[in-house]
Design a protein around this ligand. Structure first.
Ligand code: C5P
Length: 237
């Protein structure tokens, strides 16, 4: 597989074309960003842990019948993926209240949400990724109604699979963000699932083990990502 020109550099990943027009290479960099790119730092080993974490989770999802864009690992920091036509939308499921939900709605932090709640956000850094609803998505043509339904269905299905996977390792899956795209007409999970895009708390101590450590300046960011990875069975060495 030949790596070709860089297609796009995101805040933590770069995307490269390959000699196969239906495949891309994702390079997970050490860059870590928060607050729509206003806080950025390079953290040693972060590219590697996120690449291996994402590969592990993608394989677990595939085993459970969820199609993902992940094809295979190419190196410590690179994965080969299917080229999707991405929707400009973030799908968030929350099992426990925290983060922007509490800021927006004034609800208490740390409440168990039964049923889990769901939110759509528009991917637009200039606007601070505003919350949107299904009517916005259809009116502005960001996705068709059937694709919106499928994104919701898949995001909740992922919850059932990953809540158990993390709980078996003594970790609560508090919330997470997924992005989807189309591949040969099928709605498929793209982008990544890493501690950069979810919240993970230790069951016993409720210690934060995810990107909130970076956002809140708690330290040991990569060390926590690596500890979670080892607890769920990711082989890092
Ligand atoms: O900030 P908020 O509470 O809305 O985040 C909900 C979940 O979505 C968190 O797990 C957060 O890490 C993730 N998220 C993300 N990328 C964004 C916004 C939120 O991965 N742009």
């Amino acid at each position: 597989m030949q790596k070709r020109d860089e297609l796009y550099a995101g805040k933590a990943k770069s995307v490269f074309k390959t000699d196969d027009e239906k495949a891309l290479i994702l390079h997970f960099r050490n860059d870590t960003s928060a607050f729509d790119g206003k806080k950025i730092e390079k953290l040693d080993r972060k590219g590697k842990v996120n690449n291996l974490f994402n590969a592990f989770i993608s394989e677990k999802l595939e085993e459970a019948g969820i199609a993902t864009h992940f094809i295979k690992l190419l190196s410590d920091e690179e994965s080969l993926v299917k080229k999707l036509d991405m929707f400009p939308i973030e799908c968030v499921v929350r099992n426990i209240s925290t983060g922007s939900l509490c800021r927006r709605l004034g609800v208490e932090d740390g409440l168990d949400l039964n049923p889990p709640t769901f939110e759509f956000f528009l991917k637009n850094d200039d606007l601070g990724d505003p919350m949107i609803n299904e009517y916005h998505i259809e009116s502005f043509g960001w996705a068709e109604a059937s694709h919106v339904e499928r994104m919701k269905e898949l995001t909740f299905k992922v919850n059932g699979i990953l809540q158990k996977l993390f709980l078996d390792a003594g970790i609560l899956l508090v919330d997470y963000k997924l992005e989807f795209g189309l591949y040969d007409g099928e709605v498929m999970f793209g982008d990544e699932f890493t501690p950069d895009g979810c919240r993970l708390w230790d069951v016993e101590t409720r210690e934060k083990l995810d990107k909130d450590r970076f956002r809140q300046g708690l330290g040991d960011v990569v060390e926590s990502y690596e500890a979670v990875a080892r607890r769920i069975g990711v082989k890092l060495d």
